[in-house]
Ligand binder design. Structure first.
Ligand SMILES: NC(=O)c1ccc[n+]([C@@H]2O[C@H](COP(=O)([O-])OP(=O)(O)OC[C@H]3O[C@@H](n4cnc5c(N)ncnc54)[C@H](O)[C@@H]3O)[C@@H](O)[C@H]2O)c1
Length: 254
């Protein structure tokens, strides 16, 4: 079960955190993994790990917010069986703290980046009349989270994009789903704590950990397990859905 033998997968932002765990697990399950990253350095660690364990992996240097860069990468590929839209960035602040430049930065990476990858990949999947897309949404798309105005906006757009693509391409054998993690301990979390709560990182980390009723943050590998299932042939009846993976955050907090 859950074999990805002979599958070609693109993982955006696969050099760190959740994307890194997904890339490693996909390679372990037999996929050829194409990681899209901002720089060679960002992908170098995972490239080495996967190759050392006998997996097949390539790094493509690309900013997902730039459509022509993504299109050029996908054009070189014969087929794409799986796309994981994972690259994403954070912003902490309410509406008044979200200046136009912040809004555009978050929008360009989190929303337009996913659109750019879909725009490049879906015609190829359509040609082969098969494909699986998995988008990284967030609990922030479903519940109001304090001080996450721009980020929540971007993840709401991901949830809606997922439904639209799932509906329009169901007849072409393409499945499209999203997942909504609560906090996952990755460099993304460490980065925004350092940037937004300097000197209070430890306390804030613990507060964020406790906001999951299960009492901790997720590990990237726990997220990768769900992604593998949804992208595998075992999930062939699943499309047009979002899967929270949240330690009870949405339904058990009161
Ligand atoms: N960590 C969490 O708590 C959490 C919770 C819910 C959802 N998510 C989502 O999961 C995804 C991955 O998060 P993470 O915590 O692993 O983050 P991370 O910061 O550890 O990794 C993100 C990766 O994306 C890459 N990236 C950023 N901008 C890019 C761009 N413009 N083009 C190409 N690559 C780019 C970075 O270089 C980095 O390697 C994001 O979409 C995030 O919103 C994270």
């Amino acid at each position: 079960m859950f074999s990805l033998e002979n599958k070609v997968a693109i993982v955006t932002g696969g050099g760190s955190g959740i994307g890194r765990a997904i890339s490693k697990l996909f390679a372990q399950q037999g996929a050829t993994v194409h990681i899209v990253e901002l720089s060679h350095e960002a992908g170098a660690g995972v490239l080495q790990e996967i190759r050392e364990s006998g997996g097949e992996v390539f790094i493509h240097v690309c900013d997902v917010s730039k459509q022509e860069q993504l299109t050029a990468i996908v054009q070189q590929m014969d087929k794409v069986d799986i796309l994981v839209n994972n690259a994403g960035i954070a912003h902490v602040g309410n509406l008044e703290n979200c200046h136009s430049a912040d809004f555009e930065r978050i929008f360009n990476v989190n929303v337009k980046g996913a659109y750019n990858a879909l725009y490049a990949v879906v015609p190829k999947m359509k040609e082969h009349r098969s494909g699986v897309i998995l988008n990284l949404a967030s609990i922030a798309a479903q519940v109001g989270i304090t001080d996450r105005f721009a980020y929540s906006m971007s993840k709401g757009a991901i949830a809606a994009m997922t439904l639209s693509v799932a509906r329009d391409y169901i007849a072409y054998g393409i499945r499209c789903n999203s997942i909504s993690p609560a906090r996952v301990h990755t460099p993304f979390v460490d980065g925004f704590l350092a940037k937004n709560y300097p000197g209070q990182e430890k306390g804030m980390f613990e507060k964020l950990a406790q906001s999951q009723p299960i009492g901790r943050m997720a590990k990237p590998e726990e997220i990768a397990g769900l992604v593998l299932y949804l992208c595998s042939d075992e999930a062939s009846f699943i499309t047009g859905n979002d899967y929270p993976i949240d330690g009870g955050f949405i339904k058990l907090n009161n």
